[in-house]
Ligand binder design. Structure first.
Ligand SMILES: [Zn+2]
Length: 57
């Protein structure tokens, strides 16, 4: 496995990525839109999203 992630990889994997609380589907969306409830899970139509957590290094 990769020991150290490059900043561009971190940005791609974690910035603006949210996870559905119901079915754990990952969704890339604008955080402002998520806060306003405009983003729905494409899998289960839920609006319960949380930001994807970055692993501790
Ligand atoms: Zn879902």
């Amino acid at each position: 496995m990769v020991k150290k992630l490059f900043p561009e990889a971190m940005a791609r994997l974690y910035s603006r990525v949210f996870v559905c609380r119901v079915c754990s589907t990952k969704i890339r969306a604008d955080p402002a839109k998520v806060r306003l409830g405009k983003v729905k899970c494409r899998n289960c139509k839920s609006r319960a999203l949380r930001p994807k957590r970055k692993p501790l290094m």
